[in-house]
Design a protein around this ligand. Structure first.
Ligand SMILES: Cc1cc2nc3c(=O)[nH]c(=O)nc-3n(C[C@H](O)[C@H](O)[C@H](O)COP(=O)(O)O)c2cc1C
Length: 181
């Protein structure tokens, strides 16, 4: 089975993007194995840290290298990619062998798709990812899915996703798997 790495771009307990990831995991059940990237300890990027990359970065790189594809579940912060997620991608975009900084990173040629739970800003978010992903030498696949937060979720904490959106997530899962063949 293919190994799909989930990157949940929110570290918040009860994250709606994490809840969406769990629904996507169901869509992949029996078709692929899913692992969640642990990136909470990845520090703010500094080139001074690169020569001796922290263990959290090494672990993240290894998880990315072992993945057949990556699915990012990204919040929208101020109509843009959250700085924390961009920071993670900046780390991962760096060459594995620093003697050639133009050389391959852990992300080289990775297949990536994006989903996002937010209330506004899906379009600029997806445009930003569509600009970034080729630049960091990944291949964007599938129709990115933008999900709105159901209003009562702010009280209940539970994300409810409409059937048509769940079907779109399932189609995205299939497109991601197809791209790994
Ligand atoms: C710094 C910041 C900026 C935000 N900007 C937006 C935004 O542009 N659009 C939006 O719909 N929600 C915005 N939100 C609200 C988030 O979408 C909301 O907190 C959401 O629950 C985050 O996803 P999560 O539940 O996975 O943590 C923002 C939240 C924060 C903390």
């Amino acid at each position: 089975m293919k190994n799909i790495l989930f990157v949940v771009g929110s570290l918040r307990q009860g994250s709606f993007n994490h809840q969406l990831a769990e629904k996507a995991e169901k869509a992949l059940e029996g078709k692929a194995s899913v692992t969640y990237l642990n990136w909470k300890d990845v520090p703010v990027f500094s080139q001074d840290l690169e020569a001796n990359a922290p263990a959290s970065v090494q672990t993240a790189r290894e998880a990315v290298l072992a993945a057949d594809a990556i699915w990012i579940f990204s919040p929208v912060y101020n109509f843009a990619i959250p700085g924390s997620v961009k920071n993670l991608l900046d780390w991962l975009s760096r060459a594995l062998d620093l003697s050639d900084t133009t050389g391959a990173s852990a992300l080289q040629d990775k297949i990536v798709t994006i989903s996002s739970v937010a209330n506004g800003g899906h379009e600029p978010l997806f445009a930003a990812y569509n600009a970034l992903l080729p630049f960091i030498r990944t291949q964007a696949v599938g129709d990115f899915t933008g999900i709105s937060v159901n209003p009562e979720a702010w009280g209940t904490g539970e994300l409810v996703v409409a059937e048509d959106k769940l079907a779109a997530v399932a189609a995205q899962a299939d497109a991601l798997l197809e791209a790994t063949k």
